[in-house]
Write a protein that binds this ligand. Structure first.
Ligand code: AMP
Ligand code: ZN
Length: 137
């Protein structure tokens, strides 16, 4: 079992620190976020410690999405949400503040006034081609 004793999400996920648990199974705990973007904002936490998307094994990442899907569906109905964002941050520049992989489940309500997104840019076709070339190597 991979864990980091200094990691708060390891301790929460494994029940050593109490949390408002929405769902739990052998591999995951889903908790209410203490600083919610909207009412019901929750976090899918694997019980094993992986810093981010690049460290977590593919199979566990896939299961995290399934847990997220099921929990989001249950929460959408229970909270009468109008929509849902699933967000997953990696690296400080991408907004990750806790280095233990987690998937945000953010219920959206028509009048929630919350902003989750980015400012679209307007690359030229040549710039898009160059980006594609660089990605494909
Ligand atoms: P991120 O910025 O993607 O790393 O998300 C970290 C999230 O964890 C933020 O939304 C915080 O509000 C939330 N958070 C931090 N500490 C706790 C905690 N002890 N219990 C519940 N949520 C937390
Ligand atoms: Zn951890």
């Amino acid at each position: 079992m991979k864990r980091d004793d200094n990691c708060i999400f390891c301790r929460i996920a494994n029940g050593e620190i109490p949390s408002r648990t929405v769902y739990e199974d052998e591999e995951f705990r889903v908790i209410l976020d203490l600083g919610p973007a909207t009412r019901g904002h929750a976090l899918v936490l694997p019980k094993e410690h992986y810093a981010d998307l690049f460290e977590i094994p593919e199979e566990l990442a896939a299961k995290a999405m399934v847990v997220g899907k099921k929990t989001a569906a249950q929460m959408k109905a229970a909270l009468c949400a109008d929509g849902f964002n699933l967000v997953q941050n990696n690296g400080a520049c991408a907004g990750q503040t806790v280095s233990h992989f987690h998937l945000h489940l953010i219920p959206r309500y028509e009048s929630d006034g919350q902003k989750i997104g980015w400012n679209p840019s307007e690359p030229s076709p040549e710039e898009l081609d160059e980006t594609l070339k660089q990605i494909l190597g």
